[in-house]
Design a protein around this ligand. Structure first.
Ligand code: AGP
Length: 613
């Protein structure tokens, strides 16, 4: 999950690279560095966040119009200055930044050491640039040719950008597999390279995306793209919409806080243009789906990671209840290793905010090898998961910068609701009257979310009251069970409090042994068909000295006599209630993290886009 930025053109490279890295810092922040080539290769790097690199540059500036930079999420080699990218070859001829893992780096390192190479880092990445220099000693001078040869020796997935002291007029960038993308931005006699578009969208909206096994040679006046086998490629130039305002923090303290509060707006945008209220129909043209094809599908398999996986668990209820289609939900990181039973009567749905999660992309590849129809629900416009799917639904949530996913979670749930209704339309499993009813329910969502956000003060008080907790249990049933899982993930990933989500009905099969005064239980007990069962679970926890926070429906006075604390939500359509019931849990995680002084937007050990396995 590293961030890569490169520049070649007429302007000073360093400021552009640092600006780009700032926008990628959420991808990884164990260290940062850059190299600029102006006769010599000048490197500046530091451990920790980008402000340390800025300090280095202020103390010791570098000038030049060709450069590459990197923010690191450590895989091999501890976070330290000497392990920070860029890495330079032993004789100072070549320099590299890299996203991915050289899976056979130990054997390559041993061979190179035997050949007399002295390594300066413990990283896997350094073998790339040392291999290139060794090969150059055999007389190959062209950087592109050198890269093509060396990359054949590397196992794993890679995104690599290189510079050569002897060819100071070019950058070479290449992509193998799904270790994060390579976007090439087209400017006026200047070109940009980035692992993620936000890094360079302020400079250009014209983007090219390298695909698997493609290599680009980029000068200040143009580019050539080939396959690693040498075939020339004429790439599609994508024009990417960009709204710099929505990508900034504005008056909010953190991106996560901003993105929590953006949800009424983002859900409005998700619904926008996809519902024909006049005729009571859902419109999803980007899915490229005909009624015949929709009726030929016998099963839907949904794959995702993390928060997106919990969203998929909610979507299962929609597609099964509305489109009467069997849904199987699987972790993308498990899916391809179980030789899944899918074929051309299956549809695979990949849910991924970044569109670059390596496990989710690999699941898509697995589906395509088995002639399975692939849809994706993605947020990052132009991302790999959007481009390789047979049809997609954009979350339309706008850039999500906070590592903890919030608005992407709720919009991906709404996208699945729209997908279920669309499939129901095409498969004839709901009447027109029912369709209108479900559509009207969706139109309520922005207001319901706004009402849920009004509970922030109550939630903040609860975060303070339970601030001493080192463990937390979240329980729910039915369509609220995935929300219990998501609430637990939010809390643990930004406050570092250990939290577990559990199906409430399973408590008596073991976890209830955990209940005592030190283990707060957040029970999602809205007035739905499982309410009575949830009350029973609350009683069971209270009988064992547990402290219970209930998520309840406004007007429910009884629950206040059973739970220690209550967070009230407005009455909601049962199917859509998860979109609002998650809001207090997002706010609970946010305030708990603030109380602990944790880094809300960039929690330790995490990155926004997981592009390594
Ligand atoms: C969610 O808060 C986490 N940041 C993480 O679980 C994330 O949802 C997961 O890595 C999947 O990311 P994606 O949606 O971009 O594929």
């Amino acid at each position: 999950m590293c961030g890569i930025v490169g520049y070649i053109g007429q302007r000073e490279a360093a400021p552009i690279i640092v600006d780009g890295l700032t926008r990628l810092e959420y991808r990884g922040y164990d260290s940062a560095g850059l190299a600029v080539l102006n006769g010599k290769i000048h490197i500046r790097r530091d451990v920790g966040k980008l402000h340390n690199l800025r300090q280095r540059l202020a103390e010791n500036p570098v000038n030049g119009t060709l450069g590459i930079g990197h923010t690191r999420w450590a895989t091999h080699g501890v976070p330290a200055e000497h392990n920070a990218h860029p890495h330079i070859s032993m004789n100072g001829q070549f320099v590299v930044v890299h996203n991915g893992i050289v899976e056979n780096y130990l054997s390559l390192r041993a061979e190179l050491t035997t050949a007399g190479v002295t390594f300066q880092s413990e990283t896997d990445t350094e073998v790339i640039v040392q291999l290139i220099e060794q090969l150059a000693r055999l007389g190959i001078t062209d950087l592109t040719e050198l890269a093509q040869c060396v990359v054949q020796q590397l196992r794993g997935a890679h995104a690599i950008v290189l510079m050569s002291k002897s060819q100071p007029d070019r950058l070479v960038a290449l992509r193998i597999g799904n270790a994060g993308g390579i976007a090439i931005g087209i400017g006026e006699n200047e070109y940009f390279v980035a692992s993620d578009m936000p890094a360079i969208l302020d400079y250009t909206d014209q983007m090219i995306f390298l695909e698997h096994r493609q290599i680009a040679t980029i000068t200040a006046h143009g580019y050539t793209i080939k396959t690693l086998d040498g075939d020339s490629i004429v790439p599609e130039i994508h024009v990417i919409p960009h709204d710099p305002v929505s990508a900034a923090k504005g008056e909010y303290r953190h991106f996560m806080q901003k993105e929590i509060y953006e949800q009424p707006r983002s859900i409005t945008d998700t619904l926008g243009g996809r519902i024909d209220f006049e005729h009571g129909r859902v419109i999803l043209p980007d899915l490229n789906l005909t009624p015949e094809r929709a009726q030929s599908i016998s099963r839907l398999v949904t794959v995702a990671c993390g928060t997106s996986y919990y969203s998929a668990l909610v979507g299962k209820f929609y597609v099964e209840q509305l489109a009467r289609l069997h849904v199987e939900v699987d972790y993308a990181s498990e899916f391809r290793y179980r030789d899944p039973l899918i074929d051309n009567t299956t549809a695979l749905l990949a849910i991924t905010q970044s569109g670059e999660t390596v496990d989710t992309l690999a699941a898509i590849e697995e589906a395509h090898t088995k002639n399975t129809l692939v849809w994706s629900i993605v947020n990052a416009i132009g991302s790999q998961a959007m481009r390789v799917a047979d049809g997609y639904i954009s979350m339309n949530a706008g850039p999500e910068i906070g590592v903890a996913s919030t608005k992407a979670f709720t919009t991906s749930i709404v996208d699945q609701y729209l997908l279920a209704l669309y499939l129901a339309q095409l498969r004839g499993t709901v009447s027109s009257a029912q369709l209108r009813h479900y559509i009207q329910d969706a139109a309520q969502l922005p207001n319901l979310i706004s009402e849920a956000l009004e509970q922030e003060k109550v939630v903040q008080h609860i975060a303070e009251k339970y601030g001493d907790a080192v463990n937390f249990l979240f329980v729910g049933r039915g369509i609220q069970y995935p929300i219990a899982l998501e609430g637990a993930l939010k809390l643990k990933e930004i406050s570092y409090i250990h939290a577990e989500g559990y199906p409430a009905g399973e408590m008596k099969h073991g976890p209830i042994a955990l209940i005592d005064a030190k283990m707060p239980v957040l029970a999602i007990a809205l007035q739905d068909s499982l309410y009575e069962k949830m009350i029973s679970q609350i009683e069971q926890a209270k009988a064992r000295g547990g402290r219970v926070i209930a998520l309840a429906t406004q007007g429910d006075k009884f629950i206040a006599s059973r739970a220690d604390d209550v967070i009230y939500l407005p009455p909601m359509p049962p199917l859509l209630s998860p979109v609002a019931s998650v809001i207090p849990l997002q706010l609970l995680a946010y305030h708990s993290a603030l109380l602990r002084g944790a880094d809300v937007d960039q929690p330790r050990n995490l990155a926004k886009s997981v592009t390594v396995e």
